[in-house]
Design a protein around this ligand. Sequence first.
Ligand SMILES: NC(=O)c1ccc[n+]([C@@H]2O[C@H](COP(=O)([O-])OP(=O)(O)OC[C@H]3O[C@@H](n4cnc5c(N)ncnc54)[C@H](OP(=O)(O)O)[C@@H]3O)[C@@H](O)[C@H]2O)c1
Length: 223
Amino acid sequence: MPKGVNVISYTTLSLDGRIGNLGKRTTLSKDCDLRRLHALRASVDAIIVGANTVLSDNPLLTARLPNYSGKQPIRVVVDSRLRTSPLYRVYDTSIAPSMLITSINSDRFMKDEFVKRGVEVVEIMGEEFSAEEIVNAVKERHPEVKKILIEGGGVLLSTFINDGFIDELIVALAPIMLGESCVSIFPKNITEPLKLRLVNVNICICGQEVVLKYRVPPSVMGS
Ligand SMILES: NC(=O)c1ccc[n+]([C@@H]2O[C@H](COP(=O)([O-])OP(=O)(O)OC[C@H]3O[C@@H](n4cnc5c(N)ncnc54)[C@H](OP(=O)(O)O)[C@@H]3O)[C@@H](O)[C@H]2O)c1
């Protein structure tokens, strides 16, 4: 983990361990959960999501709270093969800054289209990036970034868990079942589950959700 970066993940989870429906926006969050998420967005410097999240949800990824006029986080999309297009809402740089992290091998013409929209395009070698490469890509261009929110989906979160790049894991358990056709919170195998000893620091019942906040002891993860 690079010094001076705090990485937090936030996931709204169904009771059967699912987070959404691939290709279709699924509403798991009620008002209280959304307020909590937007407050968290307002407190971070950057938010990172995977390509499937953009393709499924078309999120804005801005902090939207009543009377909030503070800074907006840099919205970062990890899309190695460039399956998203600059027309998705997250790439509207008139609202907040946007960064695209993609493979050096992905379509050059498409990359130029993102640049024309004001999106910062960062290329990484290969097709599967480590959490360290992703965080470094953000930090190198924006050294002021101290707090990063991993907002999903499951593939991106699995990378950060497996690589020991999460300091705090927040899960809001929603009273809903999504069924096995939906995406799991950890679709990639957790390679070393025994390393993943979480310290439960907080449980609260808020609105309809049970919110679980875990800290990852630094001696356990990334060691
Ligand atoms: N409930 C919640 O809190 C929540 C939050 C966010 C999203 N979601 C849901 O989650 C679902 C999407 O999750 P998902 O697990 O399918 O996908 P995802 O993590 O959103 O995106 C996966 C894709 O992003 C790119 N990617 C992610 N990590 C990468 C890495 N380390 N290196 C290179 N590329 C990487 C890859 O694109 P390429 O395949 O093109 O290489 C990969 O296929 C949607 O249904 C969405 O609604 C739920």
